[in-house]
Design a protein around this ligand. Structure first.
Ligand code: ZN
Ligand code: FE
Length: 254
């Protein structure tokens, strides 16, 4: 039996995810943007929430912890570096930790940079990863707390996963990310094709999350900071410096 993933929109542009192991009935919330939505969706599925896994401390990722915990007494797991800002946390996570959901095991990846402790959850057997606000389709998270070196190291960790890995990001930002991506990498044919698909999907109200690592490797300008093309266009004598230039340009791009 396969790991079940239920995705639903939350707040203005977040996605909620409930993941469920049918063999044991264990169910985890990936982040908690909206407690009521999570409780309602779990109910509709007939799933009992047993765990909460937070990627980082931002309120649109942890705001529902308290209310979901009160109703379910789920175990709350989140990044160790952010434990003081994560409501009702009772297990802290670090790079390399293993986290069980019934018969499945997630690998905890340090993907910090957006925040100091941001983690991702990677299930090798299911070939899926929940990446929060570290990586988005055609983009990456804003660098609120970390350094370019730290963020690039995180992106390299994601780049090293098998290309067929399905990536679940926490927001629907793809269409605006695509505008910057095309500005940043205008000669990339794979990017243009990707962006056209995004426009078509959004015109029909479809979600652009999840994506695959393979698609992002070809088209996401931030993952391509180590290519000669991006170094020529954006400068920098290392991937970290090129990434830093790209990230800074995105912050002021209109
Ligand atoms: Zn965030
Ligand atoms: Fe967020």
């Amino acid at each position: 039996m396969t790991l079940q993933i239920h995705q639903f929109p939350c707040l203005s542009d977040n996605y909620g995810f409930l993941i469920h192991d049918p063999a044991t009935g264990e169910t985890a919330c990936i982040d908690t943007p909206d407690a009521e939505a999570y409780l309602r969706e779990a109910d509709a599925k007939g799933w009992r929430i047993t765990q909460i896994w937070n990627t980082h401390w931002h309120p649109d990722h942890t705001g529902g912890n308290q209310a979901i915990f009160s109703k379910t007494h789920a175990q709350v797991c989140g990044p160790g570096l952010e434990h003081d800002r994560i409501p009702v946390i009772d297990r802290t996570l670090h790079q390399g930790d293993r986290l069980g959901l019934g018969s499945y095991t997630a690998h905890v990846l340090d993907v910090s940079g957006h925040t100091m402790g941001h983690v991702a959850f990677y299930f090798p057997e299911a070939a899926v990863a929940f990446v929060g606000d570290a990586l988005f389709p055609l983009g990456c998270g804003r660098m609120f707390e970390g350094t370019p070196d730290q963020f690039w190291t995180s992106l390299e960790r994601l780049k090293a996963l098998p290309p067929e890995t399905t990536l679940y990001s926490a927001h629907e930002y793809t269409q605006s990310n695509a505008r910057f991506a095309i500005f940043a990498d205008p000669d990339n044919a794979a990017l243009h094709a990707y962006a056209e698909g995004v426009d078509a999907a959004r015109a029909q109200g479809q979600w652009t999350v999840p994506t695959t690592l393979e698609a992002e490797l070809a088209a996401n300008p931030f993952l391509r900071a180590d290519t000669p093309e991006m170094a020529v266009r954006w400068g920098g004598s290392s991937a970290t410096e090129t990434f830093a230039a790209l990230r800074a340009a995105k912050d002021t791009f209109r």
